[in-house]
Design a protein around this ligand. Structure first.
Ligand code: AMP
Ligand code: MG
Length: 480
């Protein structure tokens, strides 16, 4: 039924551990991502049948699957952990989608693996729905990300601080190779494994690197460029990943791990939601610096592949890592240029952006609504008073607005750069609360709305609003 074509399972034994998903008592399909299933070339009728559901629940292994947990390590909040690995995720295998791109199919929350340590290997309904909503929204917003193919409730309860309904997410990714996967072998001084892994990653994600003079340096350049662009895209959307540990950073450049992530409501550069990020390490405005730090860890791990001459290897790595700053800056500035509709590449671009973000912070302005109303103003279908009402003091934006209007504004670019809808934290929490009581309607409605986040659809207008003080989500939790 599923044309598996597994390559990770062929890698040496110490890359993974073969393990079957656990049996669950009473699986029920919550949602199936039809568009994604079609893109993967899979039969929807079969997927919705009892045997399709049994696969999504981990109760039967489809023919051709070679279920395994991947080994990796990582720096968590700056501290080195030599062994993490898939503790609650099981890779079923890989398939080629209709565009011939290789995709991992992984069950998240499918039971214990040799990497589970003290954990139960399970997932609660809340985090599963969260990842479904957020990863699919990010995809629709144009951000590279792992995808959600299906969510299934298991009919069992999982024990966290309280007893919660259990669920499984089927995740689709270009791969699950992380910076931490390389670090795992680096820490063991296993240069041969590093080379095998790098060759595998190059074949999968950066095939042109294989034909360059220094394939591993080109590979690092590819990852640096992909991550610099990705992080700039997050920031444009007001997205805070929240747990940018090196085991949560892919080499493919896809966003992964929707744990404590959140979207900014009221703008502030040092905004943090994650309850465990006490130092603000992963604050909105810190994400580029952390991204570069993580990439330095990748460079360090593959250094032995660059050159037998350590000095030379080091200087090659430094050259590549340094480039992150300028690549990020270019994406960051040009993205804001588009959000502000500044089509004239004006030389005051960077200063004007600084002033804009400074004003938003000082005036406690809702980030998404600011760009939304600015776009409406530029289209001529908003009244300036509605825009001004976003500011603590209406007068504060007067001079800014006049200066903005001095620029040549391109409203079409603004419309495609400023979403009408983002997955507002309070809406995500609301959808989860209802689902935990058995009502999935708000979840489905939110996912439906976020499929087209740039479109003006009156039926979803209520989802645009900023939270009231009572609705505001102030902290998010990992939910493991
Ligand atoms: P995360 O915080 O999701 O990035 O996970 C960090 C590490 O903890 C990974 O190795 C996970 O596999 C592991 N982990 C998280 N939750 C569980 C769980 N419920 N059972 C077993 N391992 C887990
Ligand atoms: Mg993780």
């Amino acid at each position: 039924m599923i044309p598996f074509d597994n390559t990770y399972a062929r890698l040496p034994d110490h890359f993974h551990s073969f393990v079957a998903p656990a049996h669950v008592p009473n699986p029920k399909l919550i949602r199936l991502n039809k568009a994604l299933a079609e893109d993967l070339g899979l039969d929807l009728v079969w997927l919705k049948s009892p045997s399709g559901l049994a696969m999504l629940a981990g109760n039967t292994l489809p023919k051709g699957a070679e279920a395994l947990a991947q080994a990796y390590g990582g720096h968590q909040f700056g501290g080195w952990v030599p062994q993490l690995g898939d503790g609650r995720a099981i890779l079923l295998g890989e398939i080629l989608n209709l565009s011939d791109q290789r995709r991992d199919i992984q069950l998240k929350g499918a039971g214990r693996t040799p990497f589970s340590r003290g954990g139960d290997g399970k997932a609660a309904l809340g985090p599963v729905l969260r990842e479904y909503i957020l990863s699919e929204a990010m995809h629709a917003l144009g951000v590279p990300t792992t995808r959600a193919w299906a969510a299934v409730s298991t009919g069992e309860t999982v024990r966290r601080e309280e007893l919660l309904p259990g669920a499984i997410l089927t995740r689709v990714a270009a791969s699950h190779i992380r910076v931490g996967t390389f670090q795992y072998f680096y820490a063991q001084n296993d240069v041969s494994a590093l080379k095998t892994l790098a060759d595998h990653a190059i074949a999968r994600h950066y095939p042109i690197a294989a034909n360059t003079e220094m394939p591993y340096v080109t590979f690092l350049e590819g990852v640096v460029a992909a991550q610099a662009k990705l992080i700039a895209q997050w920031m444009h959307l007001g997205f805070i990943h929240g747990v940018m540990n090196t085991d949560n950073m892919t080499v493919s450049g896809e966003t992964i791990d929707y744990g404590p992530c959140a979207f900014i409501d009221t703008f502030s550069t040092d905004k943090v939601f994650s309850s465990i990020d006490r130092q603000g390490r992963y604050a909105w405005g810190n994400q580029a610096v952390i991204g570069q730090w993580n990439l330095l860890r990748l460079a360090e791990a593959i250094l032995p592949l660059f050159s037998p001459d350590l000095e030379k290897a080091r200087s090659l790595a430094e050259g590549v890592i340094e480039k992150f700053t300028s690549i990020f800056r270019e994406h960051y500035l040009s993205g804001y240029q588009r959000k502000l509709g500044l089509s004239d590449q004006s030389h005051d671009g960077e200063a004007f952006l600084k002033r804009t973000l400074g004003l938003l912070e000082e005036q406690s302005v809702d980030y998404t609504l600011f760009f939304r109303h600015l776009t409406k103003l530029a289209s001529g279908d908003d009244d300036p008073e509605a825009f001004k009402s976003l500011f603590k003091e209406a007068i504060a934006c007067q001079a800014w607005l006049e200066d903005w209007r001095e620029h040549k504004i391109d409203v079409d670019i603004m419309r495609t750069s400023n979403p009408v809808l983002i997955p507002r934290n309070h809406r995500v929490e609301e959808a989860i609360r209802f689902a935990q009581d058995g009502d999935y309607a708000p979840f489905h409605r939110l996912v439906d709305a976020l499929e087209r986040p740039f479109d003006d659809r009156p039926e979803f207008e209520d989802l645009e609003a900023a939270p009231t003080p009572a609705e505001e989500v102030r902290a998010t939790f990992c939910g493991t």
